[in-house]
Design a protein around this ligand. Structure first.
Ligand code: BGC
Length: 911
């Protein structure tokens, strides 16, 4: 063959190098999920490529009923055809109506800018839930057959034996389970699934989730199902005082197993009056108080066939509604990290305590063999007191006591079932000191959200702060976002959730977690639009409508749209957003919202000598007016995004009036606010309450206030999340860094210097002399002040979303080096893939590495150098293909950077 022919031959015979690769696929933001009931589930795919500037110009999705059809490319259920579009995130299914309890297999391919197709993605699937649960749940709600001990409320056990109705192989067996209370299921002696605290917490009287489990591989000819129930959020003590049974006093089970055989026949096993019930080893289990477990009362083999059920009584059927049943939407609570005992402490008071080294949420496993009747008590606490003794005063009425009574049998792992504890220290009675370390292991429990963000810096204290923020999230994202996980509270406080949301969305994918919770926000919103303090609302209808708390109804939907591009969530929540703004309007007088109860800038820091003219106390109605404007602005943003032009107009007019009312009431002509506090200036600046001409002096007054407190913040829950943003936005990055790195309290690093492993509720939870803040309000695991996290990701790592291109389709990389930092490394996994940004000042130069995911665009602002001095991968900027220079200012060169990896270098000595 002549050389030219050879080249031609090779060129024709080699497959065209596909430029894009599909690496990950999601349906409704999850990998291969079950229980999807949306008629138009949304597909997301992540692309990769070895070429810079790669992006998608078209896609094609195919959906099939079986994997073999998919492999052959035949019998397609839906073929989108080739769609010219860059969209690779949350593309809705638009085929024929999906049917209940069906698995759909799908794949996608994409085309790049040169019209070259990628390979089809690896097959992936989703399974539909019961789309019409009211009809499709033929199971009956059942309650125990025995008279209940209403004081201790031991956990009921239910069981049912059955024989498969066909000899053919089982093609598919799917269980649908929920409860009034919590449940744990077993089949043929093994646990069903790996989710805990199911069915999770929703506004049960309106929405109650069921879970879906694939039991295909767990069935045998003769079977037994066993289910244990716990009181759970349904009827446990919740909130303070003696209130329980928030949703009802009946503990109840709903179970349905749909079996399909290879011969085409089907069988259903459903909860009904033929099930048997009893009580067993769980003598008492309460979310706050812990669990009492007597192994001597274990029912060996109770969830296996052939168990002798003498003494068990028939369950009773009940007609509880099935109208409220919904499929599970967010990730289940699962087990995560485990911790061994770091040291065993003998306290001055003579107690034995295990220290796990981390304040965490979950429970302790006991792996031990003792003598019959031996009682082991585990009491949980977050800290030791000044003297080093066990300290639980801050738990208020929550006992956090787990007790095991042993049967003398062989060593095995025991753990609680329907409770969880917030702790670092465990006081142990019933074990000898030398037995403790081996016998105990702590296990964390939290909603199984995908970790998405990382941030490390050259400053170890900041790294610990980042760790503490992430652990605040792990400990408090247990199906609902709670304020704290340990005292008699653990409620879905709305103010805390909105303050922390942007940070949470960096750390983990919280898209579905909040999509689910926001539906409860809407469900529990009162007729008049008021949003309760806590969601699910267990505090009653009067506990609602506090500024900065209720605004969760507008803040999180809008932020979810910006950070995840979740337009459907925004559409779903829009009526709730609007109802909230209308509520405020209805309560305002001449557009001034100056009525009702408000928490204000909760837990702001006010030193004793505040009487010298310094100020930390912010007028509550001034705050309310700022949030009135903010919520109205977010409603306008949402209306704009959703194309509701009339409403954009209407609410823009309202917003003008709200701002005007603010200025008339709270602002002097020279720009002084009636409250001269940090929070007042922060909110006024952040929510654009001031005329442009008065912004500069307001920022100066804010800084002046900070200086008067010797470079300390004094803000509470509402001012803190915006404080550093406002400083940065107004030219005071240096002050923002001073606050961030401040080590004496009030500050973010003070608790770190005191050995904190989570975020504290109060700036001074433990004083420098070891004294503790007032125990009635002093949690050591309260994420609200962790809201500084998003400023850190945005400025130290430089990763920022932009409203105009939601979901990081386009984003900013804008590192602001400051303080004593010499390097930092950050990353964020978006629905387009991983954004990375790291930088380092060393050897006279500033180096910054950036990774821009395929199908996105970054606007990179370099903090040093000019167009002429900046090099990328060794070459002058001007020579780099694909990068456009947007602005050339010294120290603020802005570049438009398409996908790929980049290494910028700026010689600092040449400056
Ligand atoms: C909670 C808070 C909550 C607050 C309302 C407290 O008891 O722990 O975090 O936001 O009440 O002010």
């Amino acid at each position: 063959m002549k050389p030219l022919h050879l080249i031609l031959f090779l060129a024709l015979s080699l497959p065209v190098q596909a430029q894009l690769r599909v690496t990950d696929t999601y349906v409704e933001n999850k990998k291969s999920p079950a229980a999807i009931v949306s008629p138009h589930p949304r597909f997301t795919w992540i692309l990769d490529s070895d070429t810079r500037g790669a992006g998608q110009t078209a896609y094609q999705i195919r959906v099939f009923n079986t994997t073999s059809a998919l492999k052959k490319g035949q019998d397609v259920v839906w073929d989108s055809g080739k769609v010219s579009s860059e969209q690779s995130v949350q593309v809705p299914y638009d085929g024929p109506a999906v049917t209940s309890a069906t698995t759909y297999f799908w794949q996608v391919r994409t085309w790049d800018q040169r019209s070259r197709p990628s390979k089809w993605s690896a097959p992936s699937h989703w399974q539909t839930g019961l789309i019409h649960p009211e009809e499709e749940f033929v199971a009956r709600w059942i309650v125990p057959g025995i008279e209940e001990d209403t004081v201790n409320r031991p956990s009921p056990y239910f069981r049912k034996e059955f024989t498969l109705s066909s000899n053919a192989a089982v093609r598919k067996a799917t269980a649908y389970i929920t409860a009034h209370g919590m449940y744990e299921a077993e089949i043929n002696g093994s646990r069903v699934g790996d989710a805990y605290l199911t069915p999770g917490w929703t506004s049960y009287n309106k929405r109650i989730q069921y879970q879906v489990y694939d039991l295909t591989d767990q069935l045998q000819r003769e079977n037994a199902v066993g289910i244990i129930l716990g009181n759970g959020w349904y009827r446990d003590y919740l909130a303070w005082g003696d209130s329980r049974d928030h949703y009802g006093s009946d503990i109840a089970l709903l179970f349905q197993l749909n079996i399909e055989f290879e011969d085409g026949s089907t069988q259903q096993i459903v909860s009904d009056g033929s099930w048997l019930s009893n009580t067993g080893p769980i003598l008492n289990s309460e979310i706050y108080d812990g669990e009492l477990y007597d192994t001597r009362r274990e029912l060996d083999g109770w969830s296996s066939p052939g168990f002798k059920s003498s003494g068990w009584l028939a369950a009773k059927e009940r007609d509880f509604t099935k109208k409220t049943l919904i499929a599970t939407e967010n990730e289940p609570v699962r087990k995560h990290e485990t911790f061994r005992v770091v040291k065993v402490i003998e306290t001055p008071e003579g107690d034995l305590e295990a220290d796990f080294g981390q304040n965490l949420v979950g429970w302790v496993q006991l792996n031990y063999s003792g003598s019959a009747g031996q009682k082991i008590e585990l009491r949980h606490a977050e800290i030791l007191d000044k003297e080093g003794n066990f300290y639980t005063d801050n738990l208020r009425a929550a006992e956090q006591l787990v007790t095991y009574i042993l049967d003398g049998g062989p060593k095995r792992v025991l753990e609680p079932h329907f409770t969880f504890q917030g702790f670092r220290y465990v006081k142990v009675t019933g074990l000898r000191k030398e037995e403790i370390a081996d016998a105990l292991t702590a296990v964390t429990l939290y909603s199984d959200m995908e970790p998405t963000g990382t941030l490390t810096t050259s400053n170890e204290l900041l790294n610990q702060l980042q760790h503490n923020i992430q652990w605040g999230q792990k400990g408090n994202f247990l199906d609902v976002p709670t304020d704290c996980p340990q005292r008699d509270e653990r409620l879905g406080w709305t103010g805390d959730a909105q303050a922390f949301f942007p940070t949470a969305a960096y750390n983990m994918n919280v898209n579905n977690f909040f999509a689910k919770w926001l539906k409860d926000v809407a469900a529990d919103q009162l007729e008049n639009g008021a949003v309760p303090f806590v969601i699910p609302n267990v505090l009653g209808p009067d506990a609602a409508a506090s500024a900065g708390w209720a605004d969760v109804a507008t803040i999180i939907p809008w932020e979810s749209y910006v950070l995840y591009g979740d337009r459907r969530l925004l559409e779903n929540q829009y009526p709730s957003m609007k109802a909230w703004v209308e509520y405020i309007r209805s309560k305002s007088n001449n557009f001034l919202w100056n009525s009702g109860f408000h928490f204000g800038d909760w837990l702001f820091y006010s030193p004793d000598n505040d009487t010298d003219g310094r100020a930390a106390v912010t007028d509550k109605y001034l705050i309310a007016q700022c949030f009135f404007a903010h919520s109205t602005q977010l409603l306008i943003n949402a209306a704009t995004a959703l194309g509701k032009e009339e409403e954009v107009k209407e609410y823009s007019q309202l917003l003008e009036k709200v701002r005007e009312a603010f200025r008339n009431e709270y602002l002097t002509p020279n720009g002084r606010l009636v409250s001269g506090t940090q929070t007042a200036y922060v909110l006024a600046l952040q929510f654009d309450m001031l005329p442009a001409a008065l912004r500069k002096q307001a920022a100066d007054r804010l800084v002046e206030n900070i200086r008067r407190y010797d470079n300390h913040l004094t803000t509470g829950f509402l001012g803190t999340p915006y404080l550093n943003h406002v400083l940065s936005d107004n030219g005071y990055d240096d002050v923002a860094y001073q606050l961030l790195l401040q080590q004496s309290y009030p500050s973010w690093l003070y608790p770190v210097t005191r050995g904190a492993t989570t975020i504290w509720e109060r700036w001074d939870g433990i004083k420098p002399d070891g004294d503790l803040e007032t125990p009635s309000m002093n949690s050591y695991n309260h994420y609200a002040y962790g809201a500084i996290g998003d400023w850190m990701y945005q400025n130290i790592a430089g990763i920022r979303a932009v409203d105009s291109h939601p979901g990081y389709k386009e984003f900013l990389i804008q590192v602001v080096p400051g303080g004593d930092l010499t390097e930092a490394r950050g990353s964020l996994k978006t629905y387009y893939g991983q954004i990375e940004s790291s930088w380092r000042v060393a050897d006279g130069s500033y180096r910054q590495e950036v990774r821009v995911p395929v199908n996105t665009m970054a606007l990179v602002t370099l903090p040093f150098g000019s167009v002429n001095t900046i090099r990328e991968s060794g070459s002058p900027l001007a020579q780099i293909k694909g990068i456009s220079i947007l602005s050339r200012g010294e120290g603020s060169v802005q570049l438009r950077v398409p996908s790929g990896r980049y290494e910028f270098e700026v010689p600092l000595s040449a400056e």
